[in-house]
Ligand binder design. Structure first.
Ligand code: FAD
Ligand code: ZN
Length: 226
């Protein structure tokens, strides 16, 4: 109770399976006494493109635009665009970040990738010598909750699904100092029976009930590639 959760949600349709997973998380965590904030990226029409519009006022170097340098400088002088400042505030306040999305091309949908690109600015999320265990967003947890088109069996044949979590969990969250909980994967909701779908939704509710007792994974190459 009292924990703050930010759910960054990337699905267009509230009636979707992802929409149902989001609803469950909001309900269950609220019931536990957590305060839950949702960034519903499509509903917000969140801008995924990293452009100079993200900097308010003068550029550090207007001769040759460098997005990383400009957002870093803008962060330091309080000159990032309003939508970014709002998302950073939500991240700063959260104890747990849940990312809820359908798998797109072995990765996250562009709108969510854009959130990562634009919100996790240098100076805010990491700094020159402050990355991985020293990242600036320490004492926070993250959880990637996603759905797939492919079945669990197909993923077992094609290769471990953990490979594709390396960029997301290690390359982004761990880089920023955020600890990573076990991912939550619902395989092929479109192609299983209604009973199986209900079962997967119940499993998510059950997991959330004991979530705060979980230990983060050991986010090292062994977890992904052993
Ligand atoms: P939905 O179609 O919304 O839901 C499935 C079913 O569940 C629907 O019938 C819905 O009505 C039902 N449902 C919703 N709520 C409930 C409820 N409460 N109780 C019971 N039933 C419910 N897949 C891969 O595996 N790998 C990829 O690389 C990949 N790349 C993709 C790239 C793109 C551009 C796209 C568009 C898709 C890709 N996919 C890939 C497939 C994608 O991951 C799946 O389509 C998606 O994960 C399915 O989730 P959904 O929420 O959209 O399902
Ligand atoms: Zn890691």
């Amino acid at each position: 109770p009292g924990k703050k959760v930010l759910i960054v949600y990337a699905h267009q349709e509230p009636k979707s399976f992802n929409g149902s997973l989001l609803k469950i998380a909001v309900e269950e965590l609220t019931k536990q006494g957590c305060s839950v904030t949702v960034s519903d990226l499509y509903a917000m029409q969140f801008e995924p493109r990293a452009t100079r519009n993200d900097i308010v006022g003068h550029l550090h170097n207007s001769e040759a635009f460098n997005y990383g340098v400009e957002t870093w400088e803008a962060y330091k002088r309080g000159g990032l665009s309003k939508d970014l400042v709002e998302e950073q505030k939500k991240v700063q306040e959260a104890d747990l970040l849940i990312f809820q999305f359908p798998l797109f091309w072995f990765s996250m949908p562009a709108i969510l990738k854009g959130w990562m690109d634009r919100v996790l600015v240098q100076g805010f999320a990491y700094d020159l010598s402050k990355a991985y265990d020293g990242g600036l967003l320490q004492d926070k947890l993250s959880l990637f909750s996603f759905t797939t088109g492919g079945s669990k069996e197909k993923y077992a044949i094609r290769g471990d699904i953990r490979y594709l979590l390396w960029p997301m969990q290690h390359g982004i969250m761990h880089f920023c100092g955020v600890k990573v909980l076990e991912p939550h994967i619902c395989y092929a909701p479109e192609n299983v029976s209604e009973d199986k779908r209900k079962e997967m939704l119940t499993a998510w509710t059950q997991r959330l009930k004991t979530l705060w007792k979980e230990q983060p994974i050991d986010c090292s190459p062994e977890w992904y590639f052993k």
